[in-house]
Structure formats: structure tokens, C-alpha cells
Design a protein around this ligand. Structure first.
Ligand SMILES: C[S@@+](CC[C@H](N)C(=O)[O-])C[C@H]1O[C@@H](n2cnc3c(N)ncnc32)[C@H](O)[C@@H]1O
Length: 218
């Protein structure tokens, strides 16, 4: 327990989960299992189709799923497109669960630290996406350049993110000064923005809260 006068420190422990149910609940920020299931089943194929088309994915594509969580989008893309996906996640529990959940030789889960040491791991990526991840990371000013470095020139990056920062700390969720969209604009060239339709955004207000931008690596 942190002492009350201790300043909050970054702590992604909240993502350290042991079961798929706990992973789904924290990924989709809902405790009611019916709501989790509804959001999972409505939102996942919509994001999957968006990533597939926006990033022009085909069976030969090598894709980076930054902050893959349980791998719901990696799985959707592998099943629908047949591409290869590398999921990067800071949580060991998520990475283990993702390997089981995706259950494909076309998927591998890589630790955040290993990714940061060599972003173009295994030869680089044709496309990348980060879905509701960069609002949680400690250093988006370092992670966005690393994602850009992971891509081949011209490779596309789909950012789906909360407008607000939700930084996990020793004293709960916190805000900080980072502007993720401004940082993405500094590392990539903007291609297109999308609207998140209210009928897909299962949680109240999630449509207005979500930013969806497609970028390309210069
Ligand atoms: C809200 S979940 C989203 C999971 C997945 N992208 C999805 O849409 O289903 C956020 C994920 O980001 C991961 N994460 C948080 N900070 C991270 C970091 N610095 N690097 C990589 N992954 C991180 C968490 O462990 C968690 O799995």
C-alpha cells in the first residue's frame, strides 16, 4: 500500500491478469459480464474490418498489435485475413493469455521491453495498430517513435485511442500532460480520420471519447 503522502508512480499492475475473464473486464472497462460480452462482440469485428481496410492488409502482411491485451484483434485479423501478427504487451499475464486465446502459429506475443530494444523485431512491419493502449502508457513520446521505427517506410498505423489520458499509477488512474495525437502527428504523416459510430460504441459516450486516425510512416 502506498503511503498517502507518497507521490503516485506509474504502475501497470492493473493489467496483470491471470484469467481471460479478468483480461476482458480490464480491457473493456466493464464489470458486468453481459456488457463485456456485448462490447467484445460488437466492437471487435468493427475494429478488425477498419484495420484490415485502412492498412490494406493481405495474407502476406506482417502486423504489429501494440498493447495486444488478450489478442482479440490479432485473432480477428489472423482468422479473417491470414496475416501474421506480433502482439506487444507490457503485461506477462496478458501475453500468456493472448498466446492461448489467439492459438495460431501466425501469432507471437513479445514483451514491451524486448520490443523497445529492437522495434523492427524480425525484419519490420507492414502495418501497426494500437487500440485503447496509448492513453495508458507511461511514455507515449517514446512509444510512438518506436512504433514508427518498427514500420517499413510507407507502412500504415491505425490509432484508436481515448481523448483523455488514463495512466495507471500506485494511486489509481491519473492524467498527465501528454497529447497522444500531437505526438503521433510528430512521428507520422496523417492520412485520414474516422468517426466511431454510436451504435458500435457500446459504452455511453465512448464514441465521442474515441479518436480514430490513420497515419503512414514517412
Ligand atoms: C485497454 S487494453 C487494450 C487491449 C487491446 N488493444 C484491445 O483492444 O483488446 C490495454 C493494453 O495495453 C497494455 N499496455 C499498457 N501499457 C503498455 C505499454 N507501455 N506497452 C505495451 N502494452 C501496454 C496493457 O497491458 C493492456 O493489455
Amino acid at each position: 500500500m502506498p503511503k498517502p503522502d507518497e507521490p503516485p508512480r506509474y504502475s501497470p499492475k492493473v493489467f496483470d491478469v491471470a484469467t481471460a475473464e479478468a483480461a476482458r473486464a480490464i480491457i473493456l472497462q466493464a464489470e458486468d459480464p453481459t456488457e463485456v460480452e456485448r462490447r467484445w462482440s460488437v466492437e471487435t469485428p468493427w475494429f478488425g474490418r477498419l484495420i484490415r481496410h485502412a492498412c490494406a492488409l493481405g495474407p502476406e502482411s506482417r502486423v504489429l498489435d501494440f498493447g495486444c491485451g488478450l489478442g482479440r484483434l490479432s485473432k480477428w485479423l489472423i482468422d479473417a485475413v491470414g496475416c501474421r501478427v506480433v502482439g506487444v504487451d507490457i503485461s506477462e499475464g496478458m501475453r500468456k493469455l493472448a498466446a492461448d486465446y489467439v492459438g495460431s502459429a501466425k501469432f507471437s506475443a513479445v514483451a514491451y521491453e524486448a520490443f523497445r530494444a529492437d522495434p523492427a523485431w524480425g525484419g519490420g512491419f507492414d502495418a501497426a495498430f494500437a487500440c485503447y493502449v496509448l492513453q495508458h502508457v507511461e511514455r507515449p513520446d517514446q512509444d510512438l517513435p518506436a512504433i514508427a521505427a518498427a514500420l517499413r517506410p510507407g507502412g500504415r498505423f491505425l490509432l484508436a485511442n481515448s481523448q483523455m489520458r488514463w495512466v495507471p499509477t500506485t494511486q489509481g488512474w491519473a492524467r498527465d500532460h501528454f497529447d497522444v495525437v500531437a505526438l503521433a502527428n510528430a512521428s507520422f504523416v496523417g492520412v485520414e480520420g474516422y468517426v466511431f459510430p454510436p451504435e458500435i460504441a457500446v459504452l455511453p459516450g465512448l464514441d465521442a471519447e474515441t479518436v480514430l486516425h490513420l497515419y503512414r510512416r514517412p
